[in-house]
Design a protein around this ligand. Structure first.
Ligand code: TNX
Length: 535
């Protein structure tokens, strides 16, 4: 399958032009009466909203005099308003000032807190579109942010242009009530197999947050490389993040603590929380190359840049191991404002079952000691110490008594079944990138399943949410990431956000078809799946 020819660009750049955009006077903007195309239908959004009520004859028209008003006294609402205005200025050319109050005569987009509506929770919002005004109401800034992501999709697709487009900027009239099905809607990026730079990670944050994904899990260490600075064990990155530590000898690359803090801050402005993962007791060859005392015989193993798994293990009986693990967890927790710290735990084939239990009995409580909720791949549910943890289910099977038993003890589960949600798997036999051990995953396969019923015997109340992991054995750059993530990531995002009653392949496929040109306009690579009639 030929990949679409697109030029890479970073939205980051588009989102950091406020000064220039602000100073563009309204008078310099072109006339906007030219476009006559109807705006997207209300509700033609990914993920699809909970409730949509169109009202004919009430379309709003964004014009040169439109102002954005945000909740007085709320810096968080103001930040959402500023960001929204920055997103709209390049294509419209309008000044779109962001104000705490607006003259009644001007067409206004209001972002207001105090929705006073418990069903909306922290991330839900109400959106109403009328001739002279658009109002988004929410309990929290996260809800306002979600509402503005919906509104961006309700504007004509040309809104994605980075240069001024002459057309009418109307939004279909009516109202939307919207709130997420699951609290956790994640994407994962593997920066260990191939390192991905902070700018690439930010570009991915921009794209996933458009679909109301609210967690980005970073897989920071593996057999090949170690990608996060740890001050008490500096060789982890000077050696483990050095030249030749990526698959097939690519690299170097790692995140300094300053890089990481900046990423955490950047993601927070998009209402995305970063979840750091250090994989252990397996997937630790890079750490052992840097520190041979982490092996049982004290001999450094050879560096590995192949893609085999399951051959390395920390030395379970050694106190050095626990000193190392605690140092890493402590430093990582200090970098992490979010609630979760992921300790891996998958594919520990070189660790005996007894050793695995010994290890988890000591390490799971360490995460709590540093104030975080432990999170790990579903193998951690073998340990009774996982009761307060979150387990990430990655199995292809639909039964797993160990996970179900852990859920009965209190473990929450994030669903990432590999044959549905692993967006590193090929779309079909011709996909140039990706792996295929879990099968081919076309868009419909990624969309047609239910996280709440996937695992037999697991009560829906135990399901915290859903996540789409993107392993990077074959993915070198941002184009590769985008080509595998899109359009499957939006499918997983919809499973995480939209109520099951709205689940409908025919509707999803139509909304996705309409979304394609937006990626094209932004220079975002995607797989033009033959299952979709791209418009
Ligand atoms: C399995 S599933 C892994 C990763 C690989 C991935 C490739 C799991 C938790 N671990 O080590 O990168 O498959 O698809």
């Amino acid at each position: 399958m030929a990949r679409p020819v697109v030029t890479r660009m970073f939205l980051v750049a588009a989102l950091t032009l406020p000064a220039a955009a602000l100073s563009a006077p309204a008078a310099a903007a072109p006339a906007t009466t030219a476009g006559v195309t109807a705006p997207p239908a209300l509700g033609s959004v990914i993920p699809v909203p909970v409730e949509v009520r169109p009202l004919a004859g009430r379309d709003f028209s964004l014009g040169p005099l439109t102002v954005i008003r945000t909740q007085p006294g709320s810096a968080a609402a103001r930040a959402v308003g500023d960001q929204f205005a920055r997103a709209l200025r390049p294509a419209t050319g309008y000044p779109l000032p962001v104000l705490p109050a607006a003259p009644r005569v001007l067409p206004t987009i209001s972002l207001l807190l105090g929705a006073d509506d418990v069903q909306l929770g922290d991330e839900g919002y109400r959106l109403s579109v009328d001739r002279r005004s658009i109002t988004i109401r929410a309990n929290k800034a996260a809800g306002l942010f979600a509402g503005t992501q919906t509104l961006r999709q309700l504007l004509p697709r040309e809104i994605e242009s980075r240069t001024v487009v002459r057309r009418a900027w109307s939004v279909a009239g009516g109202s939307i009530v919207d709130h997420p099905r699951f609290a956790y809607r994640g994407a994962m990026l593997d920066v260990a197999r191939h390192f991905h730079t902070p700018d690439e990670i930010k570009a991915y944050v921009d794209e996933i947050s458009r679909f109301k994904i609210n967690y980005l899990h970073l897989h920071l260490s593996d057999d090949q490389g170690w990608r996060i600075q740890i001050d008490s064990w500096p060789r982890l990155t000077t050696v483990g993040g050095g030249p030749g530590t990526g698959v097939d000898g690519t690299g170097p690359g790692y995140l300094t603590k300053a890089d990481y803090r900046d990423l955490v801050r950047y993601a927070a402005t998009r209402h995305v929380t970063i979840v750091p993962e250090i994989d252990m007791p397996g997937h630790v060859n890079a750490a052992q190359v840097a520190y041979p005392e982490l092996t049982c015989d004290g001999v450094a193993p050879p560096p590995r840049t192949d893609t085999a798994v399951g051959y390395s293990s920390l030395c379970i009986g050694s106190e050095t191991t626990y000193r190392f693990v605690e140092d890493v967890i402590r430093e990582l927790a200090a970098l992490t404002p979010g609630p979760y710290l992921h300790i891996g735990g998958d594919e520990a084939h070189a660790t005996t079952d007894a050793d695995y239990l010994t290890f988890q009995q000591r390490v799971l409580p360490l995460v709590a000691k540093y104030g975080k909720t432990a999170y790990g791949w579903n193998e951690i549910t073998k340990s009774p110490a996982s009761a307060n943890a979150v387990a990430q289910f990655w199995d292809t099977a639909t039964t797993n008594p160990t996970v179900v038993a852990a859920a009965a003890r209190g473990t929450k589960v994030v669903m990432s079944p590999a044959n549905k949600a692993y967006i590193d798997q090929k779309y079909d036999a011709n996909t140039p990138l990706g792996l295929s051990w879990a099968g081919y995953i076309e868009v419909r396969t990624a969309y047609d399943w239910d996280p709440a019923t996937r695992l037999t015997g697991l009560p829906a109340s135990a399901v915290l949410g859903v996540e789409a992991p993107l392993w990077s054995e074959t993915l070198r750059d941002l184009d590769d990431i985008e080509f595998m993530a899109f359009p499957r990531l939006p499918a997983i995002a919809e499973l995480g956000w939209s109520p099951p009653s709205t689940h409908d392949w025919a509707s999803f496929r139509e909304r996705l078809a309409a979304y394609g040109p937006r990626w094209t306009a932004r220079g975002v690579d995607f797989y033009p799946s033959p299952q979709i009639d791209w418009s």
